[in-house]
Design a protein around this ligand. Structure first.
Ligand code: NAD
Length: 494
């Protein structure tokens, strides 16, 4: 507990003592870490007012100058990386290495955003009319609502907020109810930088529940874009409600990711790739490996290797040295794990490794022998349960990869060029992410991140994802003396 107190002190977090509080619990021990004041409707209104006021000024700051302020936020995050990484680990339950990785991801996004701040380019094209110039420019969009999930409690905010900020938007953040402390810590760090520049309102944080904060955001016309990360169930609600007011959404939802293991693959490489993808973050990544398609000729041998590797995964307190797998987030997640194990057995699958709860929020990483068309295989169970499924032909494995409702991440392990290219071709994987000879999780920030179908279709972070945070304006300038209509239309009067 004293370590916890020190981390909180160094991050300047004081536990809230008042009535309407949200308590944050350490999933490793079940102990309360600290409490955060729950936002009321008037806190929400104040946040939107601050955000819209800041937007009216922030949008006029040249983008490269906005980038320099984001660079200062990156520096501040670098300074606090150890404590912040430890707090992520403490509150979310991922191991310290992954907690630190999450903070590094924020820093990487900030660096990317700085470069981007000089590259918010529009295209020009040739007008069909003489003496006319036709081009596109990109303007800031407004106050953006960002709703985040518990499993990447701060990185996902950074994917959105730091890119949105260089685009000239302001951001209202509703974090997960499970991880309010990391949100407060990150917000305070960014706030100190923004305050120095007179732009406190660029980032606002509203720690509140769904009825008081989440749903009002969906209906709020002052927020032209809602970027929401979480379950597909939540994403459907967000899409419908924001759609009703014709607002924009950027949805990053559930995944049900698969690896196809070909007989010609480098099996040692595949073993490492599968292990991290399936067991990392205790199976609580949107990109976690959930389905492993094994070519029948190597299935038994690979499963044996996998079981041996699983037996070496040390399960324990997320901050303890040597832990490779921490706890699930809460008792509900443990119950979902247990139900899924039962469902696998009920549908004729076999648990060949793990399958039990260890106590508290700790569960065993689990390997099942399943069939591709079992109902439970099509679901995203947010726990370390890996379905191994045998196949005979690559086409069959690709079809099975694609037959689930989700479409986030996918991979193939092969040394055969034709197999790799088939997987990447239009008849290959239908997912937003397709990897060769690496696992399904652990994406770099430079590429656009997101997935298709029930994963929501959104793209965040790198590449041209910034376009989601801006509005496009097509401009035609007539510098001739004639008023010419497009498509050659004559509209003369005397
Ligand atoms: P969740 O859907 O329970 O909650 C996510 C967020 O949505 C929380 O902040 C929650 O308060 C909010 N929310 C829920 N209902 C809402 C509503 N009606 N209106 C407004 N806000 C609402 O998800 P979770 O359990 O926190 O996270 C796990 C899920 O997130 C998994 O499905 C995982 O795959 C997904 N995820 C996806 C990505 C991605 O990039 N595709 C990344 C991380 C997590």
């Amino acid at each position: 507990m004293s370590d916890t107190t020190t981390i909180l002190e160094r991050l300047g977090i004081q536990s809230y003592q008042g009535g309407e509080a949200l308590h944050s619990y350490n999933p490793s021990t079940g102990e309360a870490i600290a409490a955060v004041k729950l936002a009321t409707s008037s806190d929400y209104e104040a946040a939107v007012a601050a955000s819209t006021e800041a937007f009216s000024r922030w949008r006029l700051v040249p983008a490269p100058q906005r980038g320099l302020i984001v660079r200062e936020i990156a520096e501040a995050l670098r300074e606090h990386k150890q404590d912040l990484g430890a707090l992520v680990s403490l509150e979310m339950g991922k191991i310290l290495q992954e907690g630190l990785g999450e903070v590094q991801e924020m820093i990487d996004v900030a660096d990317f955003a700085l470069g981007l701040s000089r590259q918010l380019y529009g295209m020009t094209t040739h007008s069909e009319r003489p003496g006319h110039r036709l081009y596109e420019q990109w303007h800031p969009l407004g106050a953006v609502g960002v709703i985040t999930a518990f499993n990447f409690p701060v990185a996902v905010w950074a994917w959105n907020a730091l890119i949105a900020a260089v685009c000239g938007d302001t951001v209202i953040w509703k974090p997960s109810e499970e991880t309010p402390l990391t949100a407060v810590a990150v917000h305070n760090i960014a706030q100190r930088v923004l305050k120095n520049h007179g732009f406190e309102g660029v980032f606002t944080l509203v720690v509140g529940d769904v009825p008081t904060v989440g749903e009002p955001m969906l209906d709020d016309r002052r927020l032209p874009l809602i970027s929401a990360t979480g379950s597909t169930r939540m994403g459907r609600i967000v899409a419908e409600r924001v759609g009703r007011r014709l607002g924009r959404t950027l949805l990053e939802l559930g995944g049900n990711n698969a690896i196809i293991l070909m007989p010609d693959a480098d099996l040692d490489l595949a073993l490492r790739g599968c292990l991290f993808a399936a067991v990392g973050t205790a199976g609580q990544r949107c990109t976690t490996l959930r389905r492993l398609f094994l070519h029948r000729s190597i299935a038994d041998a690979f499963r044996s290797k996998l079981k041996k590797a699983y037996s070496q995964v040390r399960i324990g307190d997320s901050l303890a040295a040597g832990t490779l797998m921490g706890p699930l987030i809460n008792a509900r997640a443990v119950a979902n794990y247990e139900q899924a194990i039962q469902a696998i057995r009920a549908e004729g699958g076999e648990i060949v490794y793990g399958g039990s709860v260890r106590g508290g929020n700790f569960v065993e990483p689990t390997i099942a022998v399943s069939k591709h068309d079992m109902r439970i295989v099509a679901e995203e169970v947010f726990a370390p349960i890996l379905h191994t499924i045998e196949f005979d032909h690559l086409d069959e494995a690709i079809a099975w990869n694609n037959e689930v409702p989700q479409g986030l991440s996918s991979a193939i392990f092969t040394t055969n060029l034709k197999s790799a290219e088939a997987f990447l071709s239009p008849r290959g994987s239908d997912c937003g992410i397709a990897n060769v000879n690496m696992g399904t999780s652990g994406a770099e920030i430079g590429g656009a991140f997101g997935g298709e179908k029930d994963t929501g279709g959104g793209r965040e972070s790198g590449s041209d994802s910034w376009k989601a945070y801006m509005r496009r304006q097509t401009v035609t300038i007539n510098h001739s003396d004639a008023l010419l209509l497009a498509q050659g239309i004559e509209f003369n009067f005397d």
